[in-house]
Design a protein around this ligand. Structure first.
Ligand code: KG4
Ligand code: ZN
Length: 362
């Protein structure tokens, strides 16, 4: 088998992205280019992603982004083996733009086309960056998802836990909105939390002590809203203390669930020598959450893998890598593959509100 070269497109939310990714015959990856255009100013005035604006913005910049990715990779379309695009889950208008572009390119060049699950892109990023072996434990924390999964192989995912209400990224975004910190909320809360007192406010730990690994964040958001109303007008110190307290609380919740999931995973895989906890998705950029997960995994003798910051948020390199793995396994998609707003990684699990679906991040 020769080296496979994929042109990948990602347009499922508010990042317009294209990348050229290679997979050599030994399965080793090479990201030749990874171009991301973040639609920040398009949505800033609305305090969150507006689906219709996102779709139109993808349409106006996607061809430029694709040309930039090819240029950065130093290759032409004739040197690409297959074209891939995110087909879901995500905002349907944006998915249509990326998917139709990929299908059109593939048809006009007589190249294979692959429809890729966005969550699989996040799930396999650790194999792209750190060649992590299967099986591993994955904490997927993004604007639309908060899940713990066992990744047993390509396309072989078992959901262990999910959120029963808000996703963690959504909780960050809503907290930022309540405190008028702007959009996108996650990085803004992290910056505001610096120097804040993480112990000034005692926020609820929803589902604490219950026999579940699931997450719940809506009570936290309500607590922040009540505090913000009671303490109004808010000065910078109070906003910093609220953000630091919120961040400490969610880091505690996430590392508590990860600890318990690691124990369960270890019991289910008694012979496995190298146990790895992987974090992925936009929220995995958060330094306090990374630090608390690192501590949780080292205390149980596990390896911890977190993507470099450029690959935490949405990007097309992760889509290209998932596509390369699938193409190497002999898979391509039909040209009539339709975009899916909901597309859970683990098709066997009972749907819970929010799982497998991505909406606007705020
Ligand atoms: O994976 P992603 O780019 O898009 C989705 O698939 O949803 O994740 C975006 C989410 C947003 O909610 C954003 O606020 C959050 O990730 N995020 C962060 C940080 N950077 C991005 N949350 C906390 N701390 C950060 N530094
Ligand atoms: Zn994502």
């Amino acid at each position: 088998m020769k080296t496979i070269r994929i042109l990948a497109i990602e347009t499922s939310c508010d990042e317009t992205a294209a990348a050229v990714v290679e997979r050599d015959p030994h399965g080793c990856p090479l990201v030749r280019s990874n171009v991301v255009f973040a639609q920040l100013k398009e949505h800033a005035a609305f305090g969150g992603v507006v689906p219709e604006i996102a779709a139109r913005a993808h349409l106006s910049v996607l061809d430029t982004v694709i040309l930039a990715a090819l240029d950065e990779a130093g290759c032409g379309l004739d040197e690409i083996d297959a074209i891939a695009a995110t087909a879901g889950p995500g905002l349907i208008g944006g998915l249509m733009v990326g998917l139709m572009t990929a299908k059109g390119l593939a048809a006009s060049l007589s190249k294979p086309f692959l429809a890729i699950n966005h969550l699989e892109g996040h799930a396999l990023t650790a194999r792209l960056t750190d060649q992590v072996d299967y099986p591993y434990l994955l904490l997927l924390v993004s604007g639309g998802h908060t899940q713990i999964l066992e990744v047993a192989g390509l396309g072989d995912y078992r959901r262990i836990a999910t959120t029963i209400d808000d996703a963690l990224g959504e909780a960050f975004d809503k907290t930022a909105k309540l405190l008028s910190l702007g959009f996108p909320g996650g990085p803004a809360v992290e910056v505001a939390a610096r120097g804040g007192d993480p112990h000034r406010f005692h926020l609820p730990h929803p589902l604490k002590g219950q026999d579940t690994l699931n997450f719940s964040f809506s009570g936290l958001k309500t607590a922040i809203r009540t505090l913000a109303q009671d303490l109004a007008p808010l000065d910078d110190k109070t906003v910093g203390d609220l953000c630091a307290s919120f961040q400490r609380t969610v880091a505690e919740i996430v590392s508590d669930r990860a600890r318990r999931a690691m124990t369960e995973f270890a019991e289910n895989h008694p012979g496995l020598e190298n146990r790895v906890l992987v974090v992925a998705g936009g929220v995995s950029a958060n330094q306090e959450i990374r630090a608390s997960l690192l501590e949780a995994s080292s205390s149980q003798g596990w390896q911890f893998v977190a993507p470099p910051l450029a690959l935490c948020g949405d990007n097309a390199a992760m889509i290209g890598w998932a596509a390369a793995d699938r193409f190497a396994a002999g898979e391509t998609s039909n040209p009539d593959f339709a975009p899916r707003s909901r597309w859970p990684l683990d098709g066997d699990t009972v749907p819970i509100i929010g799982s497998g679906r991505r909406g606007p991040k705020a």
